[in-house]
Ligand binder design. Structure first.
Ligand SMILES: NCc1[nH]cc(CCC(=O)O)c1CC(=O)O
Length: 308
C-alpha cells in the first residue's frame, strides 16, 4: 500500500546524478507497482558541484558531495538520497544508513583521446584530478604529464576536444548511463583497478526509518551490496583520505567473492597489491584484514598516506 504523499528522492543535480536518480525512481515504482508520481526527484546542489576550479582533495574531500544531501535527509526534506557509491566517504554518519545498491554496471575505466593505455608515452598529458588514476597511470608510464581536470563528464570530454590534454579517464558506467556507450576504449581491470564503489548506485536513508528502508530493500542487489560493503570496509580500514590512491574491486566468484585491491604512492613508484577470497557473511572483516596486510607491506612513506 502506498500513501498519497510522494517519497522524496534527494540527488545532486548533475546530468549523471539525475539519470541515476531516475533509474532508482523507476526501479522503485516497478518493484512496488506504484504510480509514476509516487517518487519525487529533489535535486540539491552540493559544494562539490559549486566549486569546479580546484581538485576535490584540496577543498575538503568527498564530504562535499554528501553534506547538503545528509542535511536534507536528517531535516526530513527528503526521504532518501541517491549517490554514486564511488563519491561517498568511507565513514558515514550513524544516523544515515546504507539502504540499497542497484545492480553494478561495467566496472571498467575508459580512456579517451588515445587508442588505449599502451599509447601513453612520457611527456603526454592526461587530464585527471583523481589521485588513484594519476598514481596508476604514473606507475605504468613514469614521466607522464598530468593536468587538473574536474567538472562533469561532458566538460571533461569537451576539454579533450579542445586539446587541453592528450587523454583522460572516465568510468565506463557513467558514460554508458549518459548514453555514451562508444566513447573511449575500455581498460581491463587487470590493467587498471577501479575505485571502491565504482559503477554502483547507492541509496541512503535515515537509520531507523523502517518504512523507507523497507521500500528500498525491494530494489537492493545482494551481490552489489556485498561488493560495496567489502570495498568500503577496505577503504575505511586503510584510513586514507581523498588524497590516498586506493583501488578495490570485489566480485562474485562462484559461491564466494573475490576482492582485489591496491594502494599506491602518489607518484606511482610504489604499488602494493593483494587479493582475498571471502564469503558473503564476512565481507567487511575479510576486507579489513586485506587492508592491514597491504599497510604492513607498504613502506613507511606509503603507510603515512593512510593511517594518520
Ligand atoms: N567522480 C565522479 C564520478 N562519480 C561516479 C562516476 C561514474 C559512475 C560510477 O562509477 O558509478 C563519476 C565520473 C567518472 O569518474 O568517470
Amino acid at each position: 500500500m502506498h500513501k498519497a504523499e510522494p517519497l522524496k528522492l534527494g540527488t545532486r543535480g548533475s546530468p549523471l546524478a539525475l539519470v541515476q536518480a531516475r533509474a532508482v525512481a523507476a526501479a522503485l515504482v516497478a518493484a512496488h507497482g506504484w504510480p509514476e508520481d509516487s517518487v519525487e526527484i529533489v535535486p540539491i546542489k552540493t559544494t562539490g558541484d559549486k566549486v569546479q576550479d580546484r581538485p576535490l582533495a584540496e577543498i575538503g574531500g568527498k564530504a562535499l558531495w554528501t553534506k547538503e544531501l545528509d542535511r536534507a535527509l536528517l531535516a526530513r526534506d527528503i526521504d532518501f538520497a541517491v549517490h554514486s557509491a564511488k563519491d561517498m566517504e568511507s565513514i558515514r554518519p550513524d544516523a544515515i544508513a546504507l539502504a540499497a545498491a542497484l545492480p553494478r554496471a561495467d566496472v571498467r575505466e575508459r580512456i579517451i583521446g588515445v587508442s588505449g593505455l599502451d599509447a601513453l608515452r612520457p611527456g603526454m598529458r592526461v587530464g585527471t584530478t583523481s589521485p588513484r588514476r594519476a598514481a596508476q597511470l604514473l606507475a605504468r608510464v613514469p614521466g607522464l604529464g598530468l593536468v587538473p581536470f574536474r567538472g562533469n563528464v561532458a566538460t571533461r570530454l569537451a576539454r579533450i576536444d579542445a586539446g587541453e590534454a592528450d587523454a583522460t579517464l572516465l568510468a565506463s558506467a557513467g558514460l554508458a548511463r549518459l548514453g555514451m556507450h562508444d566513447v573511449g576504449a575500455p581498460i581491463p581491470v587487470e590493467a587498471m583497478l577501479p575505485a571502491p564503489g565504482q559503477a554502483i548506485i547507492a541509496i541512503e536513508a535515515r537509520t531507523g526509518d523502517d518504512t523507507v528502508l523497507g521500500h528500498l530493500a525491494a530494489i537492493n542487489d545482494a551481490d552489489a551490496m556485498t561488493a560495496l560493503v567489502a570495498e568500503r570496509a577496505f577503504a575505511a580500514a586503510l584510513g586514507g583520505s581523498c588524497h590516498s590512491p586506493v583501488a578495490a574491486l570485489a566480485e562474485r566468484d562462484g559461491a564466494d567473492f573475490h576482492l582485489r585491491a591496491e594502494i599506491l604512492s602518489t607518484d606511482g613508484q610504489e604499488r602494493i597489491a593483494a587479493e582475498a577470497r571471502f564469503s558473503e557473511s564476512d565481507a567487511a572483516t575479510a576486507a579489513e584484514t586485506l587492508a592491514r596486510t597491504l599497510l604492513n607491506r607498504a613502506s613507511p612513506a606509503l603507510r603515512s598516506l593512510f593511517v594518520a
